[in-house]
Design a protein around this ligand. Structure first.
Ligand code: BG6
Length: 513
């Protein structure tokens, strides 16, 4: 997982299918520009942007540059980025057209001669999932998907949504793995590219302070909370079919959960880590008819105020059904039935149009026996909390109890906050920079393996089915609030409550509640 300087990377061509789309503009071009300016691209490298529209390479270079500038990833003149842009070529083709693939193949061979890229390819499918199989199939039939005896390699990268249920995910997967084989399929979950998720393993396994306490004897509960202030941002059509369960829980939220709960891997290679993550998914207690109303809550935002501005409710968003029953908020109470976690509730919540943007994992430790300090007299005593701050602040926060200076025996919670991106000059690489660099190195640690996807869908499908069968209307919450009241009841049954994100508690910005 080390950040590699480009000169250590093997030559290759990155082929982006869906080059005129949103993902390419918002994420891929800026990430490439940033990698170029930090000299973290291979020395022999080229990019081929493939799209349906009629464009020239010059136009696409301009678009890529503005996209990177818009994200602050390059300046008007940056010779390293300009050199990359000079190696960006556009090829117009229809993904369905078998006849276009020989043309793509000979174009890539020409570029190999020009740039010394030696036949190595990364195919990034930044297209709707229904094209995954078509493109992979054509590449396969054209002989462009196999590693060959000349020791070249061919990798494919896909984005979510990886299906809308287990059955459709299987179908997508079959098309991809038939062409490339599991080892060369890189399924992106961009949360895994976030700096603090990689740091989570280090914090857990490189500190004597935490690992011995990381279990049900010492931990009372875990909260994983990802809140967004944005709404569906013009993606109504997609979101209507997905909802928060498929959009966030199936992938990002379960990834956060597995990294928090997994056992130490036997080694730091991709498969050892992913083996442990899969075990967590396998140990998730099933949610069934008898318990699901006490374990899952869903909500949908109505009109309200976010960031001081009035916003419309979900049903009034573009391309959303006026009577939509799609959830924009999900809260879950989960149990991991294994030796380490028996009896510890894991509370997960995620939603759109909540008061602040934040992603945090909070570990709440058990209280000490009430013999000395945990009595009546010391009621100000707080629990020990460890908060892994994923975004927007990245860091670690620890709450301890200490005596208030100058008093005889007043105990107060003291806060130790390490924020690694709050200091100037310590910018973490964007998730896509990290992920692209890893594909170039052939490191699949931060990508999801098929069995992870499979278990995650299995779990989510059961919940989706229970909702469908129960046919209960989704509960509304005002935009700018912390979700439906039922989410509070979910924890109240256990005498627990949701913790506010630290940025509210530490007054980094006004409290949004
Ligand atoms: C995407 C979801 O995968 O993640 C979006 O499709 C969501 O709906 C986004 O807004 C959140 O990502 P981040 O990095 O902004 O937390």
């Amino acid at each position: 997982m080390a950040i590699t300087k480009g000169y250590e990377l093997e030559p290759c061509i990155l082929v982006i299918f869906g080059a005129t789309g949103d993902l390419t503009r918002r994420k891929l071009y800026p990430a490439l520009a940033s990698l170029a300016s930090e000299e973290r691209l291979p020395q022999s490298f080229a990019v081929v942007a493939v799209g349906r529209r009629d464009k020239t390479s010059e136009v696409v270079r301009e678009e890529a540059k503005s996209a990177a500038m818009a994200q602050g990833m390059t300046r008007e003149s940056d010779s390293l980025v300009d050199a990359l842009l000079g190696r960006l070529h556009y090829l117009q083709m229809d993904f369905d057209d078998a006849g276009a693939y020989p043309r793509l193949s000979s174009f890539l061979t020409e570029l190999d001669d020009m740039y010394g890229t030696r036949g190595n390819r990364i195919f990034f499918l930044a297209v709707a999932p229904q094209y995954f199989g078509t493109i992979a199939g054509h590449l396969h039939r054209q002989g462009m998907a196999e590693n060959n005896i000349m020791r070249t390699w061919q990798r494919v990268v896909v984005e979510k949504p990886f299906g809308r249920d287990l059955a459709s995910a299987r179908e997508l997967n079959q098309g991809l793995t038939e062409a490339f084989g599991e080892k060369r399929v890189y399924r992106i979950d961009h949360y895994l590219g976030k700096e603090m998720l990689q740091n989570l393993m280090v914090i857990r396994f490189a500190n004597t302070l935490f690992e011995p306490l990381w279990n049900s004897r010492y931990i009372q509960q875990v909260q994983i909370s990802v809140s967004e202030t944005v709404g569906v941002e013009g993606r109504g059509t997609y979101y209507e079919a997905a909802g928060a369960l498929r959009d966030m829980v199936q992938n990002h939220m379960l990834q956060l959960l597995t990294l928090t709960a997994m056992e130490p891997p036997v080694a730091l290679d991709a498969d050892s880590i992913r083996d442990e993550k899969v075990k967590v998914l396998r140990s998730l207690r099933r949610i069934d008819q008898r318990n699901f109303t006490n374990r899952v809550v869903r909500g949908q935002y109505g009109p309200g105020i976010v960031d001081g501005r009035p916003v419309v409710g979900y049903r009034d968003e573009m391309r959303v059904n006026l009577n939509s029953n799609t959830e924009t908020f999900v809260a879950l109470k989960l149990h991991i039935d294994n030796f380490r976690w028996s009896g510890v509730p894991f509370y997960l919540r995620t939603g759109k149009r909540l008061p602040v943007r934040s992603a945090e994992i909070t570990i709440r430790f058990r209280e000490q026996p009430g013999v000395l300090y945990f009595g009546q007299k010391h009621h100000a005593l707080g629990p020990n909390l460890l908060v892994i701050r994923i975004q927007p602040e990245e860091g670690v926060f620890l709450q301890l109890n200490a005596k208030q200076p100058g008093t005889q025996d007043t105990i107060v919670p003291v806060k130790m906050d390490y924020c690694q991106n709050c200091r100037a000059g310590l910018n973490s690489p964007e998730a896509y920079e990290r992920l692209l660099a890893d594909v170039m190195r052939g490191d699949s640690t931060l990508f999801t393996r098929w069995d992870e996807v499979e278990y995650a869908w299995n779990f989510v499908d059961e919940i989706a089915l229970l909702w469908k069968e129960a046919d209960t209307p989704v509960e509304s919450y005002p935009a700018g609030s912390w979700g439906p009241v039922a989410a509070d009841r979910l924890l109240a049954q256990e005498g627990h409550r949701w913790l506010l994100p630290l940025r509210c508690l530490l007054s980094e910005r006004p409290q949004g509640v």
